[in-house]
Design a protein. Structure first.
Length: 396
């Protein structure tokens, strides 16, 4: 069975006979779990008082929220673009695995997005090297060619995905403003080749000081985003969405200095309503130190609700009515937890995240990542890991 997925396509496949079981199994588990919880809490009282408890499921209740048709999405870390010849984006097996998770956004972003120079060599005096979240190696700026962009876009089209491309915000002018010359090349090239895609600018700007030893204030980033929106509008991409500001460390008690909710607050005060969705990144635990127990710890599960509330309070506080995306998220950061993040045990936290995010009105959740890292959905042998099956069952 291991390699039978090679014959999958976007329609009926050899997995058709399993679809009913894929849907039924999670529902049965959930219903049994609910029954167990209520039984445990009420058993003694029911026995002593002879009471009967009747639970009525009313399917006609009004919807809490309506999420995007691309609610369940995923990413390629821009780090992977450093070695395009090692990305199997022309392999039909790889394409089929991605297509079976459509409709979805595929975000091309991450720390290396702010190291990417399109079709030109990076300047000699560009910012210092960064550490890959995937293997811990150090990398500096790199060149992404026209051929690379075309092949990546063709992969997304064949996979029936919508690309979300993260532009380099660390190309700066002497006065500290964003230099959009390289981004303009990307946008114009994309338009010339009739590409349909969406955009963002920079990755985790509230943590730039920690990662790059560079400071970009939220007020300045808001101006940079407005400049990008203007560029898109005048380049034929006025219908493309722009999302940001891509912060991390929301309500992080350990890293108080870089807490993202404060950055979002000042950004939204100055962005002139140029973004379509507020985006942020979320992980629960450190992949380098995580244990299996962490993936089933109720305290870990409860982290997300506090973070969503914190950011929603910020959005409400500045008087905006703008939905949120989790534009980069998994269970463990740092590339995931070795031999854990790619197993079914890691699915509990992620499924809980999907359900709670939907109930709170988040429009999109982008899973990190499709390929590379311990949290990869597809392994280097092009066999799907456990998380791929989890997401596939929700797309069926």
């Amino acid at each position: 069975m291991k390699n039978q997925y090679k014959n999958l396509d976007g329609h009926e496949s050899l997995y058709a006979s399993r679809r009913l079981r894929l849907i039924q199994s999670p529902l049965i588990v959930i219903l049994c779990f609910i029954f167990l919880v209520f039984s445990q809490s009420n058993l003694s009282q029911s026995l002593s008082k002879g009471e009967r408890h009747i639970f009525i499921l009313n399917p006609k209740q009004p919807l809490l929220h309506t999420s995007s048709t691309k609610f369940l999405s995923f990413s390629f870390d821009t780090f992977s673009l450093r070695k395009m010849n090692e990305l199997p984006i022309s392999d039909e097996r790889f394409i089929n695995l991605a297509r079976l998770l459509s409709p979805a956004y595929i975000r091309i972003g991450g720390t290396s997005a702010d190291c990417l120079f399109f079709n030109e060599s990076p300047p000699q005096n560009s910012h210092t090297q960064v550490t890959s979240p995937i293997d811990g190696n150090h990398y500096s700026n790199f060149t992404f060619s026209e051929e690379d962009f075309l092949s990546l876009y063709q992969f997304t089209k064949k996979s029936e995905l919508r690309m979300l491309f993260d532009l380099n915000v660390l190309i700066r002018n002497p006065d500290g403003s964003w230099n959009d010359s390289n981004a303009r090349q990307i946008v114009e090239f994309a338009k010339y080749h009739e590409m349909t895609l969406d955009w963002q600018l920079g990755n985790e700007p509230n943590s730039f000081k920690h990662v790059f030893n560079v400071d970009i204030s939220p007020q300045q980033l808001a101006k940079d985003y407005f400049a990008l929106r203007s560029l898109l509008n005048t380049s034929g991409y006025n219908d493309s969405i722009l999302v940001g500001p891509e912060v991390d460390n929301i309500k992080n008690p350990i890293n108080i200095t870089y807490q993202g909710q404060y950055y979002v607050k000042e950004f939204l005060k100055n962005d002139e309503d140029c973004i379509d969705y507020v985006t942020w990144h979320q992980y629960y635990i450190n992949g380098r130190t995580a244990k299996v127990q962490d993936f089933i710890d109720p305290k870990v599960f409860n982290i997300l609700s506090k973070q969503i509330k914190s950011l929603q309070d910020v959005i409400d506080g500045v008087g905006k009515k703008i939905p949120m995306w989790l534009s980069e998220t998994s269970t463990a950061f740092g590339g995931g937890a070795r031999n854990i993040s790619d197993r079914f045990v890691a699915g509990f936290l992620f499924l809980d995240k999907l359900g709670y995010s939907a109930s709170e009105g988040l429009q999109v959740v982008i899973r990190q990542s499709f390929f590379n890292g311990h949290y990869a959905m597809v392994g280097p042998d092009l066999n799907p890991n456990a998380v791929w099956w989890t997401l596939r069952s929700l797309h069926t």
